[in-house]
Design a protein around this ligand. Structure first.
Ligand SMILES: Cc1cc2nc3c(=O)[nH]c(=O)nc-3n(C[C@H](O)[C@H](O)[C@H](O)COP(=O)(O)OP(=O)(O)OC[C@H]3O[C@@H](n4cnc5c(N)ncnc54)[C@H](O)[C@@H]3O)c2cc1C
Ligand code: FES
Length: 264
C-alpha cells in the first residue's frame, strides 16, 4: 500500500500525484502500475477495478504519476490528499531499457497526445538534450502547464519542446502535432517513441514507414483482468496474433500493429 505524498493541479484536468512506498527502487521508462484508491464521501461509489497508469517519474520510495481526470477512477485519484492510502500494483510491463538496449545512446523524437504525456517525464529525464518532445492537445484548457513542462528540460534545451493545440487556443503552435514533427523529420531523421490516442499512433506508423524510422508505441488500452486472460486490452498485430497491452506491453514496435483493422 502506498501513501499520497503530494497532489498538485497542473492545469486543466491534469494532476501530479506523488505516492510514497515503504520500499522499492523502481525504474520508470515506459513501465506502468495499477492504482486503486477509495472515494471520499460525496465522490460517488468508486470503482471495483484498478486503473493502469504510466510511471511518470521514479525515485527510491517515491513514484510520480501524471493523471488526467476522465471518469470515476481518475476522479478519485485526482481528489486525494497527503496521507491518503493508494493500492499500487507493479511496476508492470517491459521498459525501454528492456526492449531497446541502445536507448540512451541515441536521439529520439518523443510524441505525446493528451494524457499520453504521462510516460514522457522519465524518458526526458533519462535522455536530457537527446530528447525532442512533441506534445499535442485538442485545446488550450487541456494542456499541462508550460512551466511544468519546461521544468523537465535544462534551460539550454527548452527549445526541444514543441507544443500544439488543434484549435489554436493554447500555448505553442496551432494544428496537429504531426505537422511540426514532419517538418523536423525533413531536417533530421530520428527514431520515435509515442503515446496517445490510437489515431495519433496510427498516423505516426505511416510517418515512420515513409521515413524508414524505428517507431515504438506505448499502447494505452482499457484493461479488465490485467493478467493477460480476458483479452480486453488486446490489439491486432499484422502477423495475425494479438498484442496484450497488460502482459506484452505497453511498449510495442509500432510497425507490428494492424492499425488499419483498428480503424475499421
Ligand atoms: C498502460 C497504460 C498507461 C496509462 N497511463 C496513463 C497516464 O500516465 N495518465 C493518464 O491520465 N492516463 C493513463 N492511462 C489511461 C487511464 O488508465 C484511464 O484514463 C483510466 O483508467 C480511466 O479510468 P476512469 O475510471 O477515470 O474512467 P473510465 O470511466 O474507465 O473511462 C472514461 C473515459 O476514458 C476512456 N478511457 C478509459 N481508459 C482508457 C485507456 N486506457 N485509453 C484510452 N481511453 C480510455 C473511456 O473510453 C471513457 O471514454 C493509461 C492506460 C494504460 C493502459
Ligand atoms: S486486461 Fe485482460 S488480457 Fe489484458
Amino acid at each position: 500500500m502506498g501513501e499520497v505524498f503530494e497532489r498538485r493541479a497542473l492545469g486543466g484536468r491534469n494532476h501530479l500525484l506523488e505516492i510514497s512506498l515503504p520500499k522499492g527502487d523502481f525504474k520508470a521508462l515506459g513501465r506502468f502500475v495499477r492504482l486503486r484508491a477509495w472515494p471520499r464521501l460525496g465522490l460517488g461509489p468508486g470503482t471495483l477495478l484498478d486503473r493502469p497508469f504510466s510511471i511518470h517519474r521514479a525515485k527510491p520510495g517515491l513514484l510520480t504519476f501524471l493523471i488526467r481526470e476522465v471518469g470515476p477512477g481518475t476522479k478519485i485519484l485526482t481528489s486525494l490528499n497527503k496521507g491518503d492510502q493508494v493500492r499500487v500494483i507493479g511496476p508492470l510491463g517491459q521498459g525501454l531499457d528492456d526492449l531497446e538496449p541502445n536507448f540512451l545512446s541515441q536521439k529520439w523524437y518523443l510524441v505525446a497526445g493528451g494524457a499520453g504525456l504521462g510516460p514522457m517525464g522519465s524518458l526526458v529525464e533519462a535522455l536530457g538534450p537527446k530528447a525532442k518532445l512533441f506534445y499535442g492537445e485538442r485545446s488550450g484548457p487541456d494542456q499541462v502547464r508550460l512551466d511544468y513542462l519546461k521544468s523537465w528540460f535544462k534551460k539550454s534545451s527548452q527549445e526541444n519542446i514543441v507544443a500544439t493545440t488543434e484549435d489554436g487556443t493554447g500555448y505553442g503552435r496551432p494544428g496537429l502535432v504531426t505537422q511540426p514533427l514532419i517538418q523536423s523529420l525533413a531536417l533530421e531523421k530520428r527514431a520515435m517513441i509515442a503515446c496517445g490516442p490510437k489515431g495519433l499512433l496510427a498516423a505516426l506508423a505511416k510517418i515512420a514507414q515513409q521515413n524508414g524510422l524505428r517507431y515504438l508505441a506505448l499502447a494505452e488500452e482499457r484493461m479488465a483482468c490485467g493478467l493477460g486472460v480476458c483479452l480486453s486490452c488486446s490489439l491486432p498485430k499484422l502477423d495475425g496474433s494479438n498484442f496484450r497491452v497488460c502482459q506484452d506491453g505497453p511498449l510495442v514496435d509500432g510497425l507490428s500493429l494492424d492499425w488499419e483493422s483498428l480503424r475499421a
